[in-house]
Design a protein. Structure first.
Lengths: 144, 144
């Protein structure tokens, strides 16, 4: 079934007819307090546009892959790790995650971080750090 | 040159390193008070993601084309015509414009309407109504 023409926002970053999904299966890789909503996908849409929301103090999986992420923050604030640097993020900031670049999104302690993320429909699976020590080294720019 | 990893929002819907462009060449078709900014385009990005801002009382061109639009309002409010219906729009509402469907976006009289719009990188050129009478008939659901 094709999407309705207009899907209204309910004032709290949920949309009519859009399911709030698990971010990933539990047990696959570390993450904390993240939900996923698919906003646009399929017929005629180039790629898939998703909304991720990281609860205060939460974070996405540390990962890398060949496909690129195009991101706009639309709620709250936080930080991201992309490659060798960490960046503060405020609402409406743009982030480009290049191919095979380690990345992670983290919400502030007292605010969620909500962002839309555009990806190709056909994309490779994320790679994870080999072990905890490698992950800690990759995450060093975050300083936490 | 590839995009910087983070491009910050300046608090007024402009972004670091993103040019504010003409919406269309003057004289091609009726529109009023619209700007365009290309947020993501090129290497690895599926499609092009643009930000359009329609000033209070302004409107985009009435047009249709084979390619689909995936839209999220991120500033202000207004209305849109999509096919045979007009819809009120608030911040964060989602709009899908199906193939070959007449559409137009209009800002409220007292507020801008800013929205991101995802399109395929390769896309057909917009078609315009044949004449003023046809345009008026297409726009009838707007009731203005």
């Amino acid at each position: 079934m094709s999407a309705p023409i207009v899907r209204r926002h309910d004032g709290a970053f949920h949309w009519e007819g859009v399911d709030v999904l698990q971010y990933k299966q539990a047990g696959t890789a570390p993450f904390k307090d993240v939900t996923r909503q698919v906003l646009f996908d399929g017929t005629g849409i180039p790629g898939q546009l998703r909304y991720f929301e990281v609860a205060p103090g939460g974070y996405t999986t540390l990962e890398r892959h060949e496909h690129v992420h195009a991101v706009m923050v639309i709620r709250g604030r936080g930080r991201c790790l992309v490659g060798a640097d960490a960046y503060d993020l405020e609402t409406q900031d743009l982030v480009t995650v290049p191919p095979m670049t380690w990345h992670q999104f983290l919400a502030a302690a007292d605010e969620p971080l909500g962002f839309i993320c555009l990806v190709p429909s056909e994309r490779d699976r994320p790679q994870l750090p080999d072990d905890v020590a490698t992950a800690a080294e990759i995450r060093r720019p975050l300083g936490d």
